[in-house]
Ligand binder design. Structure first.
Ligand SMILES: CC(C)(COP(=O)(O)OP(=O)(O)OC[C@H]1O[C@@H](n2cnc3c(N)ncnc32)[C@H](O)[C@@H]1OP(=O)(O)O)[C@@H](O)C(=O)NCCC(=O)NCCS
Length: 384
């Protein structure tokens, strides 16, 4: 009705803006599906490469299709020399997420198809981004430890090659498998903040590199992808299992957020956190003392938070809570957690972008202006 104040939905909470066939998040039952497949089945049986194919193409591949897709991913792993130089120049001066974002935004320089808008070209660019973002992030981690650039190894899987480029050594199979599972769990999660940022940029018909650069920028914040780094820092700050209760009680009294808990959609246990928790518990017997302590602290935080805020407020562990100790056990530095999240999430971002472009509409919401109007312009010489 004319004159009536518009209804403002802060944070666009509960607002639908498009249809999608990529991902279903059931926040009440705690279920997650990629293209209709339950996340548990994919984590247990699939590979990151297969999940990328599934997300981008809409169906699981045949053996032949998967072999061709894997081969394409491997062929795209090498980095242009200039990108390696940029990473070296920025390492130690900028956060690794900023280095990744900068490197990705300069990738069009080396891609003759950068501004080609066909669906096929965008699929090829998606594979390029998935492979190169892993190589960029591994190289950032490598340079952070003073190592030299490691050329990718063709015979290794995506996750094994990531660890190889990071450490210079081919990883044990069980480590690569664990990272592969983490990547599958992080690969997609509907239109969260970073996917939405990707779509906002892409909806202007900017190119895929521009859209993914926006996704990385949005992922950085501690309310989103930065939470696993923040959660690990919190576990470390607690220090000893017996300090847990006092730390959490004090933080909650102080109105601080406990990182790795709560979710805009899940009002129950995040199904991905359950899988990561089981993986973390499974590696205890061979884990270092540091990881065993961090795990003991995490389990006490989890129990306390569920007792206090689980049933009553719907604040449960999310994907970021148990991830830190697992990455630490793999020798991955906390500063690398968010870029690694981006490396895992890029197939989701690309799938959404390609789907949205099939029926593109400029994303342009409204704000309600509450400032003054028709003010008289006073020349600067007369202002006091
Ligand atoms: C993810 C998150 C931003 C979603 O929150 P949201 O839907 O916007 O919910 P709100 O920020 O409105 O929070 C609702 C209430 O729950 C509380 N809350 C939410 N998450 C909390 C947490 N992790 N610890 C303590 N309290 C929390 C808020 O303080 C708020 O309380 P109030 O109503 O008394 O003010 C939020 O849960 C959070 O900040 N979590 C920590 C960061 C994190 O783990 N992010 C990764 C998400 S995968």
């Amino acid at each position: 009705m004319e004159g009536e104040a518009p209804h403002i939905i802060h944070g666009l909470e509960g607002v639908y803006f498009t249809e999608s066939k990529i991902c279903k998040v059931d926040g009440t039952l705690g279920k997650l599906y990629y293209r209709g497949y339950p996340i548990g089945a994919l984590a247990a049986n699939s590979s990151f490469e297969e999940v990328c194919y599934l997300l981008l193409n809409g169906a699981l591949p045949t053996k032949k299709q998967l072999r061709a897709f894997e081969s394409h991913m491997k062929a795209e792993r090498k980095l242009p020399r200039h990108i390696v130089k940029t990473i070296a120049e920025m390492t130690g001066k900028a956060h690794p997420t900023d280095i990744l974002r900068t490197a990705v935004s300069s990738l069009p320089t080396y891609d003759p198809e950068a501004y080609e808008k066909s669906q096929d070209a965008n699929l090829r660019k998606s594979v390029r981004l998935i492979s190169k973002m892993a190589s960029i992030t591994a190289t950032i981690g490598r340079f952070m430890c003073g190592g030299k650039y490691v050329y990718p190894k063709r015979k290794l899987s995506h996750s094994a090659n990531f660890l190889y480029m990071l450490t210079g050594k081919a990883p044990e199979e069980k480590q690569a498998k664990l990272l592969d599972t983490m990547m599958i769990l992080h690969a997609e999660h509907s239109t969260n903040a970073s996917t939405f940022a990707t779509l906002v940029t892409g909806s202007t018909l900017a190119d895929l590199y521009a859209a993914i650069t926006s996704g990385i920028a949005a992922l950085k914040g501690p309310l989103h992808g930065g939470a696993d780094e923040a959660a690990l820092l919190m576990l470390r700050a607690i220090g000893k299992p017996e300090n847990t209760e006092a730390y959490v009680e004090h933080a909650l009294e102080d109105k601080q957020r406990i990182m790795g808990f709560g979710h805009r959609i899940y009002k129950t246990y995040d199904p991905r956190a359950r899988i990561i928790k089981a993986d973390l518990e499974a590696l205890q017997s061979s884990a270092s003392e540091e990881i065993r302590d961090l795990t003991a602290i995490a389990l006490r935080v989890e129990k306390l938070m569920i007792d206090k805020l689980g049933q009553s407020r719907g604040i449960w562990p999310n994907i970021d809570f148990f991830a830190g100790p697992i990455y630490t056990e793999m020798g991955i530095h906390p500063d690398l957690f968010t870029p690694l999240f981006a490396v895992s999430r890029v197939p989701g971002w690309c799938s959404h972008m390609l789907e949205y472009w099939q029926n593109n509409r400029l994303l342009r919401p409204l704000e309600l202006y509450t400032g003054p109007l028709d003010l008289e312009y006073v020349p600067i010489s007369k202002r006091r």
